[in-house]
Design a protein around this ligand. Structure first.
Ligand SMILES: [Zn+2]
Length: 112
């Protein structure tokens, strides 16, 4: 019984060390995960900024809160504004491109 418990503790310990090591080696990936692609609702320019809980986010270039989260359109090859959660709930096609009808995706080439 004691032997089993000891093995379990050892496994948890090893797992914990692995997780910590993993966290250290993926620092770059973590940084990227804390970034979001936005489109400025005034200029319609796509840009990358730190992920924030509330939008619109502050555009450091203009000093205005005009940045809205964006989704990538693989057909237009550009980032489109994400509809508000309210619109997404009401309109089944809200997360599709208005022009081409293509499904928008969170993955795409990031704007510089
Ligand atoms: Zn599109």
């Amino acid at each position: 019984m004691n032997g089993t418990l000891g093995s379990c503790l050892l496994a948890v310990c090893v797992l914990g060390i692995n997780l910590m090591g993993c966290g250290r080696s993926t620092d770059v990936a973590t940084d990227k995960a804390s970034q979001t692609v936005y489109v400025d609702s005034k200029t319609m320019q796509a840009m990358v900024g730190p992920t924030v809980a509330e939008t619109p986010a502050l555009n450091p270039k203009t000093g205005e809160r005009t940045l809205m989260p964006a989704l990538y359109c693989p057909t237009c090859r550009r980032w489109h504004l994400v509809p508000s959660p309210d619109q997404i709930n009401r309109l089944p096609g809200a997360t599709k491109c208005h022009t081409t009808g293509a499904a928008l995706t969170a993955d795409g080439p990031w704007p510089e």
